[in-house]
Design a protein around this ligand. Structure first.
Ligand code: ATP
Length: 364
């Protein structure tokens, strides 16, 4: 229950800058995901919040209190890593009880909280089991319980689910969200998995190469990515990104999609911004979920190259080379590999980026 503020935060390792002037406000009780590819600076940022690393510049405050020089043990943070940190010589009960015991919590209160946490994390049948004999899935669940039981005001989790299997990961996504709702902690969650960030976080901070790219709710970063990096990184399959050139037509400004031999209409508001900015070379972006089948003569005529049927959804791949399009349909879509079909996107769902800078061209 603490607001965290990163102000002009910088981290250098020798000549290498791992984090470049990051400004981020994590609200009291918020679930914030730090999301980005390997090496983008997520763990470095997290380690500075925890007090394991010292910033090279800028500062971190908790509820306005400067954390500079405050040791990790005095920050009121709980930390769970990718590699579960538990005492293998203790059983499950003693592992859960450990943090409470060292804080001098009474035996009866410790017992009550251990049992409640075990119940919450479905560890009750294993309370007297030696930890050394537990599966990786259960160990990580125990590691989360061990940190959460002392109810830290700030809970930091660094890729806690990357070593557990896929089915268990899906279960834990829901449980972690419940845990945070129950205790109202401020949670910072490091992940390279956009699905984890999208399903759990209140807001996502997307990072790349030590630079914060965008902060927003899952829907904000999904619907309105600020640049090509975010557009491509968020969503599975990611946003369709087609190269094009702005051109005048009797329908107003349109995007000439070059090799595809067609033009795409532009939302009038977006046309106005593009004209003002004097942009010509653009990238036309649209989500695979926004693609609809059109009648002949409308939209893009594209050959179906590959069909992936994944349960409730079917992903259809169109075209080849650079101008490829992916579309997500219900599983009853009737298209065949090799046939050419027409696909379209409503202009209001299309996004446009400056090809030179990668920055989104948006209404102001
Ligand atoms: P990953 O998930 O792979 O850990 P990440 O986004 O968490 O990715 P960081 O661990 O924060 O990335 O690392 C950011 C960059 O800083 C990387 O290029 C890494 O090699 C470098 N780095 C991290 N710690 C150190 C260190 N102690 N000394 C030198 N370079 C470091």
């Amino acid at each position: 229950m603490t607001a965290i503020h990163l102000e002009n935060l910088v981290k250098r390792f020798g000549a290498f800058t791992a984090l470049k002037t990051m400004d981020l406000e994590i609200r009291d009780g918020e679930f914030m995901a730090l999301l980005g590819p390997s090496g983008c600076g997520k763990s470095t940022t997290m380690n500075m919040i925890a007090g394991m690393e010292q910033p090279s510049g800028g500062r971190i405050t908790f509820d306005g209190r400067d954390m500079n020089g405050v040791a990790m043990g005095r920050r009121g943070v709980g930390f769970v890593f990718q590699n579960y940190a538990i005492f293998t010589h203790m059983n499950v009960y003693d592992n859960l009880a450990y943090g409470l015991k060292v804080r001098g919590t009474s035996a009866s209160e410790t017992d009550r909280r251990v049992k409640a946490m075990a119940d919450f994390l479905q560890l009750t049948p294993m309370l007297d089991k030696p930890s050394a004999k537990l599966s990786v899935n259960i160990l990580q669940r125990l590691a989360i319980g061990r940190s959460a039981i002392v109810e830290p005001a700030i809970f930091l989790l660094d890729e806690p689910l990357s070593n557990v299997d896929a089915a268990f990961r899906a279960v834990m996504r829901t449980e972690l969200k419940h845990l945070q709702r129950q205790f109202r902690q401020t949670m910072v969650y490091v992940t390279h998995d956009q699905l984890e960030a999208m399903t759990m976080a209140d807001r996502i901070a997307v990072m790349d190469h030590g630079v914060l790219q965008q902060v927003g709710t899952p829907l904000e970063v999904y619907n309105d990515p600020v640049n090509l990096f975010v557009a491509d990184f968020i969503g599975s399959p990611g946003m369709n990104l087609l190269k094009g050139t702005l051109a005048d037509s009797d329908r107003g400004l349109v995007i000439d999609l070059g090799a595809l031999g067609v033009t795409a209409p532009l939302d009038p508001a977006l046309s106005a911004v593009a004209r003002t900015n004097g942009v010509r070379e653009v990238v036309y972006g649209f989500r695979p979920e926004r693609v609809v089948l059109a009648t002949a003569g409308q939209g893009l005529a594209m050959p179906v190259t590959f069909i992936e049927r994944i349960g409730a959804r079917t992903v259809v791949h169109f075209g080849d080379g650079e101008q490829r399009v992916k579309a997500v349909f219900d599983n009853d879509i009737a298209v065949q590999t090799g046939e050419t079909v027409h696909v379209a996107v409503e202009p209001r769902f299309a996004r446009m980026f400056d090809a030179a800078t990668g920055v989104a061209i948006r209404e102001v």
